[in-house]
Design a protein around this ligand. Structure first.
Ligand SMILES: Cc1cc2nc3c(=O)[nH]c(=O)nc-3n(C[C@H](O)[C@H](O)[C@H](O)COP(=O)(O)O)c2cc1C
Length: 344
């Protein structure tokens, strides 16, 4: 029997298959189904900085309004009990999830500015979360902000969140950093116990009739797994913290590749939304099949076996033999598309 055990952020897990933040992990029945299908841990959908700040502002506003009318602020406070806030709902989800499933429950905080919301890391801890994923989902769109300044701020933010809680903190990144390897090493120095590579940005589209800019969610394809694959392979030798890979994990083969490159766990959302929570069992079966066929007894034995420092041609992870690949593609294309058949 193949041994799938792994460790993520100091948490021992039965396998490397984790359900990443998404609609299913925000629903208690789905969480139970994910556990049943073999999820080793789940990451809840993110609680957003904007939700917290809005709510804090709203509470301040109500507080001041009543302070003026009644003069006695404290007399108003009991009324806040009925005020069902976004944060309260989220904390209730963390508590309920912990009661519903036995696997580790990772709460997710989304924030990019240093602010009062950071203290909510403590509330997630009190609600029973086993770890915190800090989701740095930010588009660097301000031309006055240099990459060094932005990355420095983000390292500082991570250090502040780490200081706020005793829980292990993982940081979920977009792939769009100028110097990703150096940034990830900095996350470890700031106290992060793990990195999640990567979040997937939802790209806008233009409606050519109305000229409206519309956000559109598109699920990932298995092809996309090559992005986290490259970075797991490159980063593995440089950090001791956990590496989670997210984006494009649809099959057991995808999981096998990422672990060989150096991931401790792999995370899945799109494939579950497409095929249902039970798809995790299919992914696990695929991983076990691959391992038996290739005589690997354990995930521990596989982990990092093909990271950049373990392969004969490290260049393959970096430029991926850019010129050679382009030349081979072009000659294959010309062979299979004779002049008469080519369009344009
Ligand atoms: C509908 C939807 C909602 C998501 N919500 C969150 C979220 O709240 N927080 C987060 O960190 N990632 C969120 N994600 C991103 C996923 O967790 C995951 O990182 C991303 O989809 C790439 O993995 P995949 O290829 O398995 O889908 C969401 C993804 C989808 C499709």
């Amino acid at each position: 029997m193949t041994d799938l055990h792994t460790n993520y952020l100091g948490l021992p897990l039965r396998s490397p298959l984790v359900a990443s933040a998404g609609p299913y992990t925000g629903d208690l029945d789905r969480l139970a189904e994910l556990q049943e299908a073999g999820a080793a841990a789940v990451v809840l959908p993110s609680l957003f900085e904007e939700q917290i700040e809005h709510e804090t502002n709203e509470i301040d506003r109500l507080f001041h309004q009543h302070q003026e009318s009644f003069g006695e602020a404290m007399s108003f406070l009991p009324e806040l009990d009925d005020y069902n806030t976004g944060v309260d709902t989220y904390l209730a989800l963390v508590e309920a999830a912990k009661q519903r499933v036995d696997i580790p429950v990772i709460a997710s905080l989304n924030g990019t500015n240093i602010g009062g919301w950071i203290k909510y890391a403590r509330l997630l801890e009190d609600a029973g979360a086993d770890a915190i994923e800090l989701n740095l989902y930010e588009i660097a769109a301000d031309p006055a902000m240099s990459s060094a300044a932005l990355e420095g701020e983000q390292h500082e933010l991570v250090a502040l969140v780490v200081e706020e809680t005793r829980l292990p903190v993982a940081v979920k990144l977009s792939p769009f950093y100028t110097t990703l390897a150096s940034f990830v090493v900095g996350l470890q120095e700031a106290g992060a116990r793990g990195v999640v590579m990567f979040n997937r940005f939802y790209l806008p589209d233009l409606d050519l009739e109305t000229l409206d800019v519309m956000p559109r969610i598109a699920l990932s394809t298995p092809e996309e797994v090559r992005l986290p694959l490259r970075w797991a392979g490159i980063i593995r030798p440089h950090v001791t913290m956990s590496i989670a890979c997210s984006t494009g994990v649809h099959s057991g083969d995808d999981v096998a590749k990422l672990i060989l490159a150096g991931a401790d766990v792999t995370m899945t959302t799109s494939a579950l939304l497409r095929n249902g929570p039970g798809h995790l069992a299919t992914i696990e079966e695929g991983l076990r099949d691959w391992m038996s066929e290739h005589e690997y007894e354990s995930v521990a034995q596989m982990r990092g076996a093909v990271a950049i420092d373990a392969v004969a041609d490290p260049e393959a992870y970096e430029r991926a033999n850019y010129i050679g690949n382009l030349a081979a593609y072009t000659s294959r294309f010309l062979d299979t598309h004779p002049i008469g058949l080519r369009k344009g």
